[in-house]
Design a protein around this ligand. Structure first.
Ligand SMILES: O=P(O)(O)OC[C@H]1O[C@H](O)[C@H](O)[C@@H](O)[C@@H]1O
Length: 297
């Protein structure tokens, strides 16, 4: 019964693959989240039945400076090649620290178990991106198994800076042919496979049977991934993040990605909560606060 199966919620700091530091959050009904300090990278999110909801590549490389292929990379301060930095910026390639003394941040999630991580630029980072910032990430596993990620990015410099951002969610799917992405009808998108030409989506439901790489602009707060075979819906609820990226490399492009198994593209879809279309301009002393909540039902 309910009482005898309930465990205590817990947070455990342990070693993951290749001895990298990993945090494991566990909830009383059995759901779990795992994240690496390397990249503040969530690599696992399981429901109370122990079913994995995120995709991680069978060939993922858990070795800095390579970003982990799968899970939830944090894309900051640059999405893709939209600026002078390497693809997707550097937050996913840095070792974050645990913030044991986070600045005041009331947890709205009752009975959530959470960890706070912190990233500040090093001298070398300031050479490639000369802007002082403090990035605080709170990762919360709710009592009901929801995964909530809240980002607070503060400009501690003397000049404004601009950036783009994404929670680059890789979801696990039974087969890409079973997947429907909903919430984009009537929206404009930039097609990354066509030099970011702007088009308008006219489908109610997006099905995927070839390479897709699109930045949907100003989407509703909720977008969803339906998996017919799993009888599962994953909802991405965004707060402060206007855009949503949908990506699947499909067969040919997948072959060019060294850390993606040949057939892995069938088992994943990326639906990312992002701020790309209108880059964020942050003034000195100001903080930008956004979040996403992932639910699987
Ligand atoms: O290979 P990565 O740098 O991790 O990028 C993986 C993918 O991320 C996003 O979804 C972009 O829209 C894609 O254009 C890119 O290919």
């Amino acid at each position: 019964d309910e009482v005898s199966t309930a465990k205590n919620k817990s947070i455990e700091i342990t070693k993951g693959i290749n001895g990298l530091d990993k945090v494991v959050l566990s909830q009383i009904h059995g759901s779990t989240v795992e994240l690496y300090l390397y990249g503040a990278h969530v690599t696992s999110w399981k429901n109370e039945h122990g079913e994995e909801l995120l995709f991680v590549s069978s060939k993922a490389i858990f070795q800095p400076p390579t970003a982990i292929r799968g899970g939830i990379p944090i894309i900051f301060p640059q999405f893709s090649n939209l600026g002078p930095l390497r693809s997707h910026g550097f937050a996913r390639n840095r070792v974050w620290t645990i913030d044991n003394n986070p600045s005041p941040f009331p947890s709205k999630t009752i009975n959530g178990v959470f960890v706070d991580l912190l990233l500040k630029p090093t001298e070398d980072d300031l050479k490639i991106w000369p802007h002082s910032f403090e990035y605080r990430l709170r990762v919360t596993l709710g009592l009901n198994g929801d995964l909530i990620m809240t980002s607070r990015i503060r400009n501690v410099d003397t000049k404004p800076f601009n950036f783009t951002f994404a929670y680059h969610n890789y979801f696990s799917v039974s087969n890409i042919s079973e997947v429907k992405v909903v919430g984009m009808k009537g929206l404009d998108y930039l097609d990354n496979t066509k030099n970011r030409t702007r088009f308008t989506e006219n489908r109610d439901v997006i099905t995927i049977n070839s390479e897709i790489d699109r930045i949907y602009l100003s989407t509703p707060k909720k977008v969803a991934v339906l998996d017919h075979k799993k009888k599962q819906t994953i909802t991405v609820q965004k707060d402060g993040l206007l855009d949503a990226v949908v990506w699947n490399p499909w067969e040919e492009r997948a072959k060019t990605i060294v850390d993606l198994g040949a057939d892995d593209y069938k088992l994943m879809v990326c639906v990312e909560a992002a701020a790309i279309g209108k880059p964020i301009i942050l003034k000195p002393g100001k903080e930008w606060k956004v979040s996403q909540k992932l639910s699987a039902r």
